[in-house]
Each structure stands twice: as C-alpha cells, then as structure tokens.
Write a protein that binds this ligand. Structure first.
Ligand SMILES: [Zn+2]
Length: 398
C-alpha cells in the first residue's frame, strides 16, 4: 500500500510543479513617462509592481511580526545572505526547509548575494577570480564566498528571487576599477547562472546585476553582457553608494532602457520617497531600502508633507496622530505626544509603532503610484506628491 501512496503524492507534486510558471506581465504603461505597472508571479504569491520590499536583514524586519507586515501591505521582503549564512547558519535553516518556515513568512522572499555586506561589513581579505575571501565581522572566522557558494546558500534559504554575486566598488572609483569590476561581475554572473540552472527548484528565480560605476558606456557594456543570459529579471547595482542624487538618477535613467522590456527591473538599495517616484517614472519596478525601518528606530517619521522628528519638543503636548489621514495602526490609536514619550524614554513599543507607520507610508506610497499608473494619471500624481511635500518636481532630499 505504501508504494502507490508515495507515487501518488510524488505525481501530485510533479503536476503542481509542471503547472507552475514564474512570469512577469506588464499591465499598464504610462503615456507620459516610462512608469508601468505589472505583476511578478511567484510560487508564493503574486507581486504587484512597482513594489517596495521591506528589508529583513537577519530573518526579521526589525520590530515587526509577519502578521504586522502583511497588515501594512507587504507582499515580498528581503533576507540577507551574508548575515544568515554567518548566523544562524544554513544547517539551522535547513532544519526548516528554508527561511520562510524558519521566520514564519509564507510570502515571497528576495535574498541578496552577500557580496555587498562582504564589501561593506566584513574584514575583507581579498577578491580573486574565485570569489571573496573574508573574515566574519561577528567572530573573525574565515570564509570564501564564490558565485556558486552564494547561490548554494540562497537555495538553502529557498529564496523566491536570488541575486547573482557581483563586485561592488566604492564611489568615486576610477574607470579602470569600474571596468575590471564589471567584467568580473559578468564572469561571476555566468557561473551563478550555470549553478542556478543545474540546482534550482521551480520556485527559485535568479536576477542578474548590472554594474559599471558612473560610466554610461560601462553600464551599457554590463547590460549587454548580462542580458545575453536569460535571467528572469535584472537589477541595477552600485547606485546610492555616496554619489550625488542627480548622478544616481542619471545612471538609472540611462541604464533602465537597456534592460529587456518584458523582465522586472530592480534598483537596489534606493531610496527616499522622492527617489521612488522618480525611478518609477524612469521605468523601475522594484526597490528596497533600510530607510523606513532604520529611520523609524531613530525617531524619523515619513509623512506626505515631509519627515518629522518625533523627539522634537513641539510634539510634547501634540494630541494628534503622526499624520491625520494615515490609516496605519499607529496613527489610528496613538498621538504624537505619546510616541514622543515612548521614544524619549526608549520604550520598546516606540520601535514597533514607529516602524509600523513608516513601512505603511512606503507601501501606501507604492499602492498610490500603482493606482495612478493604472489610471494613466502618474504625471498628476507626481505633481500632487511634490506639492504636498512643498518642493519642486524632481527635487532631491527635502
Ligand atoms: Zn501612520
């Protein structure tokens, strides 16, 4: 009896896999900009784009439970390969069959390659053709992160969207540095692609990352080399690394049209609410940034009219919510005076309530952007967005 039952279970699973197909579909294109809405279909849910992805570095979006994230409208979150590889380690996550069950989040997860953290956090020993050799920032232990190892760890996390290992460079970087890094990034992307093809499960997608520093011709070469490989999506890396805001947007403006129209595009590590509006106008579909969560823990709260610092003395007797028309849990129940009190006394609830509002603000902004594009009213939305923030269209940080 046992054999037929197992066979039947296997057959069912096989049929589910056969029926399942990751895909990206553009729903609507704006007539007055490159803004577009679309859907990324993954095994763990459909992601409406343009989308903001809250950052869950260590297997948690700091201060929030998965239920709270869902209530805020989060549909996909980030996990961090470098951090999770070091702590708790793949052998722990493997016991749960991946990061989803380990952290109790059943929606899609995007994981980065670990390269950026090796570059920015670890005591880096060297970069060779093989990969990164580094010492852990936690305990000084030595590790080698190769393109294959990065994909292997991301497969262990069972990530829905995995990222290729790339070589990050500092800003400013010379043309020679940028060129060498982009060529190595391409060779690593080919190795990531081959390893992914040979070891993936149907739910695991892999995105290529365009590098090339602040040099348009190098960005173009990187895009040409990477789009020769049939990745399910493409990211632009190496932006928001300290360059002037206008240069970041100029590079995104130049690079985004070089990527295939039928694939999702992801601008990594960006940015402010203004950046999101401007990059959507340039055709970007996906974003992540630590700003809403990190700033919340520092008492910086986003509103339609700008950012407020809840520690400010003028909020001591303010009985109103952070933002009058905000529908988040925090604004529905708590005053600025109470939030200031929690923050000033370093009460733990401050971090949760502030983060809830900021994540809600970012996700609500993206929902409003999608709705405007769907109604072909993105230009009107953009004008209204800037007029409420009291700054001119296309301006940078207020
Ligand atoms: Zn709120």
């Amino acid at each position: 009896m046992k054999q037929p039952l197992n066979f039947s279970a296997c057959l069912r699973k096989y049929l589910v896999v056969l029926r399942f197909k990751n895909e990206f579909r553009v729903s609507k294109k704006s007539t007055d900009s490159r803004a577009r809405t679309g859907q990324i279909k993954t095994a763990r849910g459909v992601i409406e784009t343009p989308i903001f992805m809250p950052v869950g570095t260590l297997g948690t979006v700091k201060a929030l439970s998965p239920e709270e994230l869902t209530a805020c409208g989060a549909r996909i979150i980030l996990g961090n390969t470098y951090h999770l590889y070091l702590r708790p380690g793949c052998e722990v996550i493997d016991l749960f069959g991946g990061l989803h069950r380990f952290m109790h989040w059943d929606g899609p997860i995007l994981t980065d390659s670990g390269g950026f953290q090796v570059f920015s956090l670890a005591k880096l020993s060297k970069i060779t053709e093989t990969g990164y050799t580094f010492q852990s920032h936690v305990d000084g232990s030595r590790h080698t992160l190769t393109p294959e190892k990065s994909i292997e760890v991301q497969l262990s996390l069972d990530s829905d969207i995995m990222m290729c290992l790339d070589q990050c460079i500092q800003y400013p970087a010379s043309r020679e540095e940028a060129e060498a890094a982009l060529e190595l990034t391409t060779r690593w992307a080919e190795r990531c692609f081959d390893f992914w093809k040979g070891n993936r499960r149907p739910q695991n997608n892999l995105f290529g990352i365009v590098q090339g520093g602040m040099f348009p011709d190098l960005r173009e070469r990187s895009a040409q080399q990477l789009t020769a490989l049939d990745f399910p999506g493409f990211a632009i890396g190496g932006l928001s690394v300290g360059e002037p805001i206008d240069l970041m947007r100029e590079m995104a403006d130049f690079t985004l049209p070089l990527l295939p129209d039928g694939k999702p595009t992801y601008v990594m590590g960006v940015g402010t609410p203004e950046d999101l509006v401007e990059l959507v106008a340039l055709g970007a579909d996906m974003f992540d940034c630590v700003m809403p969560t990190r700033n919340a823990r520092n008492g910086q709260l986003f509103t339609a009219s700008g950012t407020l610092n809840i520690a400010n003395a003028r909020f001591r007797t303010d009985t109103g919510p952070i933002e009058a028309d905000c529908t988040c849990y925090t604004c529905r129940h708590y005053s600025r005076a109470y939030l200031r009190h929690l923050y000033k006394t370093r009460e733990l609830l401050a971090y949760r309530l502030n983060t809830l509002h900021n994540i809600h603000y970012y996700l609500n902004l993206m929902a409003a952007i999608r709705s405007a594009i769907d109604h072909d009213a993105f230009a009107d939305f953009r004008r209204a967005f800037y007029s409420r923030r009291n700054i001119s269209i296309g301006a940078g940080h207020p």
